[in-house]
Design a protein around this ligand. Structure first.
Ligand SMILES: Cc1cc2nc3c(=O)[nH]c(=O)nc-3n(C[C@H](O)[C@H](O)[C@H](O)COP(=O)(O)O)c2cc1C
Length: 433
């Protein structure tokens, strides 16, 4: 996993489960951290391939309690964040997940009392020798990158000194949350103190704190000198913060999140918590929507609340249909199930003349399409352009073309000219109406 020049989804307890990580990646996050999981919890787990869902689950032995769920699709960008206060235990825990994730991160910033009292999170910041032991043992024994996330110490000089000690352990990157332990989330992040760390280190520093819009990525990069940026609340409130095309309405992001929660059978508590956070920020939990979310007990309840019953039924139905075929063959075939279902849903949407899901898919997989010499993305934008031209207005179509077709113009000049001619043609037809 490359850590420089990356847009990063921050670790967030009860939020950063698989559907939210995939959501952030769909909108442009390059690296997605999972929620912090305590080493004690992970060492009680065994790895199971979940053939119903197509996921890789780490399940508490003797129970059905999924502690961490991931999937093949995110293997190269998911960071497993761990809470620990012991080097050997951290290694035992990391060895359980290390084949299925891109990197392991140690949380050294959590100021909550349960972390501090267990000697974890921000408690580590005062124990540089323990930090050294934990990071060194992980670095020596794992084949994947090791990173860690800290907060600011009392003075910038102390933070820089600690960061330099951390760098010496051989970590691949250091995330710095620009607040001190005593700071509240509403206190402004101190980007200038992150800058001091960046200036003193050679490894990539991931700057974190107060990024709420796409423009902030550039602002924090300039202010700190960091090439990578990590976002927590800005992504929680609207995961499309990572999109260079600007944010999409939060209601649309919310529905996409609910669909992903259904597709990956997310823990209802996590989905509800995340939705509640979104609603609290944009609206109010006391209104009917908030009350109904609080009352929901299952994903089926949420699907009904948001008019996604058909999607829910489709996913459930196809899981049952595919179960036999996956069990009979390679267990790894199960990993193909979610992409298959997703593709099915995209095709169903295209049939209903809704190109949005296909366009989202093509933009997330733009690199792969390009590698294969595919012009699918252009073709989809062309269709969408014509749809807007026919159903809406020439102005809107022109705006769409400027945003989405212009980047293809150099390599597809003839095609672009033809499409621009459509604008004129539609106009001339209008004259005869
Ligand atoms: C809901 C929530 C959960 C969080 N959970 C974690 C966590 O599990 N591990 C961690 O290192 N930081 C956690 N944080 C802190 C964030 O990763 C981040 O450092 C902090 O919110 C500052 O970034 P922001 O200004 O973009 O929100 C959490 C923050 C929020 C809002």
């Amino acid at each position: 996993m490359e850590c420089g020049n990356r847009l990063v989804l921050a670790p967030m307890v009860r939020v950063g489960t698989l559907p939210f990580r995939l959501l952030a990646a769909q909108y442009g996050a390059d690296i997605t951290y999972g929620e912090e999981i305590i080493d004690h919890k992970l060492i009680k787990c065994e790895r199971r391939l979940n053939e119903d869902i197509g996921s890789i689950d780490f399940v508490e032995k003797g129970t059905h309690n999924v502690v961490f769920r991931t999937c093949h699709e995110e293997k190269n960008r998911v960071v497993f964040q761990m809470g620990t206060s012991n080097a050997e235990r951290a290694l035992t825990a990391a060895q359980i997940v290390c084949k299925d994730v891109a990197a392991v991160d140690i949380n050294m910033g959590c100021p909550k009392s349960f972390s501090i009292s267990g000697g974890m999170g921000a408690a580590l910041l005062t124990r540089p020798e323990l930090i050294h032991d934990i990071l060194t043992i992980l670095k020596r024994n794992l084949d994947i990158p090791v990173t860690c996330k800290i907060r600011l110490l009392k003075s910038s000089q102390e933070t820089v000194e600690l960061a330099q000690q951390i760098e010496k352990t051989g970590v691949a990157a250091l995330a710095v949350h620009g607040r001190r332990i005593a700071d509240r989330p509403r206190d402004p992040a101190k980007w200038n103190e992150i800058a001091d760390v960046v200036a003193a280190l050679s490894i990539p520093v991931i700057a974190n704190g107060d990024v709420f819009g796409y423009d902030d990525f550039q602002r924090i990069k300039v202010a700190t000198g960091a090439s990578s940026v990590m976002v927590a609340r800005g992504a929680l409130w609207n995961a499309s913060v990572f999109s260079p095309e600007g944010k999409v309405p939060w209601e649309d992001v919310k529905i996409e999140y609910i669909r992903k929660s259904i597709l990956w059978d997310n823990d209802i508590k996590s989905t509800k918590h995340t939705l509640k956070e979104m609603i609290m920020h944009h609206s109010c939990l006391e209104l009917p929507e908030g009350k109904a979310v609080i009352k929901s007990e299952t994903l089926a309840d949420l699907a009904k609340l948001y008019g996604e019953e058909k999607y829910y039924q489709f996913v459930r139905g196809n899981r049952l249909l595919l179960k036999g075929s996956c069990e009979a063959r390679e267990p790894e075939a199960a990993a193909l199930k979610p992409p298959f279902l997703e593709m099915h849903l995209i095709l169903a949407a295209i049939t209903a003349r809704n190109l949005e899901p296909a366009l989202n898919w093509a933009s997330t997989n733009g690199d792969k399409l390009e590698q294969n010499g595919s012009d699918l993305e252009l073709k989809l934008h062309r269709l969408q352009f014509l749809e807007i031209l026919q159903k809406e207005s020439r102005d809107k179509a022109l705006k769409y073309a400027r945003t989405y077709l212009a980047p293809f113009a150099c390599d597809h000049m003839a095609e672009s000219q033809k499409l621009m001619a459509c604008l004129l043609w539609i106009g001339s037809v209008d004259c005869y109406k």
